[in-house]
Design a protein around this ligand. Structure first.
Ligand code: ATP
Length: 338
């Protein structure tokens, strides 16, 4: 459906996109994730035709889009800064793309009704957008983007402004909605939780390049490098010397899975791979802090050597703050990074 071939965008001497190759299949939801300034918005804008490219090609259904203006690309846009029209009511906003396309009044009304039903705002046609909550406005913006049945829907920080609870609810609804409609989606977010909940595939960007691309599970389980691991929020990353199925680190000798890359490399221990034992039976640590997360407790441990360690444990096993514990490591939760 969508193919980017070595797409390059330069601002002055700086590469905002550096030879980016990316393919999005029909009905696929791809979420682009990355820190501020990594090129996510530029990527969306290049696909939409809002940003001229300095090199490479954007193809939609195999057709080169160079020279094709935004409104002829058949893509739907829902950008954070694309505000609703405050002077129009909900129906007027949703009908916008249909009106632009010259759809008949009756068809517009039918489609608006259908879309409002779809996004959970049935009968809201005559409501003033200024009197809607943030979440409702977001739904109207989504209905507006979906109304002309775009072949590709692009979302830029679609739920950025909303509070966490609402975001978590909406993201599940969106995923179900896109699944039902068979929409092809390219979304950009800097929120890992949102990306992992919404996407069939996650693309992590760094400095205008794709650092990693894979299913949420693949990326989560095997971040390719230290940058991606840290960006995903993992803190237990250290230098290691890997020989066979053991790695020498500041935390002592850790077991690593069979087949791990060998030699000097960064190494990640997922928090679930740090198990607590008696102080004498593992790496001696002091419990620095505890965060209750509903089903489990996240612990921050201060080892006798090396940087702090994140661990998780069950509620009933939670040690006190300041307690002395031992840490042992599980090979299956250790990842030797590239
Ligand atoms: N119009 C512009 N003129 C000059 N530089 C720009 C322009 N737009 C973006 N840039 C630069 O290009 C790089 C990529 O920007 P982009 O907005 O794509 O990043 P982003 O990953 O979307 O960031 P954020 O998460 O903060 O929105 C940044 O260094 C930015 O400063």
């Amino acid at each position: 459906m969508l193919t980017l071939e070595k797409v390059t965008v330069r601002f002055g001497g700086r590469l905002a996109l550096d030879h980016v190759d990316l393919a999005v299949a029909d009905h696929e939801t791809v979420c682009v994730l990355g820190p501020s300034g990594s090129g996510k918005s530029t990527l969306l804008r290049a696909v939409a035709g809002l940003q001229p490219v300095d090199g490479g090609r954007v193809l939609l259904d195999g057709a080169d889009q160079s020279g094709v203006p935004v409104h002829r690309r058949g893509v739907g846009l829902m950008f954070q800064d694309h505000q609703l029209f405050p002077q129009r009511d909900v129906g007027g906003n949703v009908a916008f793309g249909l009106r632009m396309r010259g759809a008949a009044k009756g068809e517009q009304a039918r489609r608006v009704e259908e879309l409002l039903e779809l996004v959970g705002l049935p009968g809201a046609e005559r409501r003033a957008v200024a009197r809607l909550s943030g979440g409702e406005q977001q739904r109207v913006a989504l209905a507006r983007a979906l109304a002309p049945s775009p072949r590709l829907l692009m979302l830029d920080e679609p739920l950025g402004q909303l509070d966490r609870g609402l975001r978590e609810r909406l993201v599940v609804e969106l995923r179900q909605l896109f699944g039902r409609l068979g929409t092809t989606v390219l979304a950009v977010t800097h929120d890992q939780g949102e990306a992992f909940a919404l996407a069939d595939r996650v693309v992590v960007m760094r400095d205008g390049r794709i650092a990693q691309s894979g299913t949420p599970r693949e990326v989560w389980q095997h971040p390719v490098d230290e940058f991606t691991a840290r960006f995903l929020g993992f803190e237990n990353v250290t230098e290691a010397t890997v020989r066979g199925e053991a790695a020498d680190t500041v935390w002592g000798t850790l077991p690593v899975p069979p087949g791990s890359p060998q030699g000097e490399r960064p190494l990640l221990v997922r928090p679930a791979g740090v198990r607590l034992t008696a102080p004498a039976d593992g790496l001696r640590c002091t419990v620095e802090s505890r965060t209750f997360r509903g089903h489990h407790v996240a612990l921050r441990l201060r080892p006798e050597s090396g940087p702090p360690l994140e661990a998780v444990c069950a509620l009933r096993d939670t040690p006190d703050e300041g307690a002395e514990v031992g840490a042992v490591f599980l090979a299956e939760e250790v990842v030797v990074l590239g």
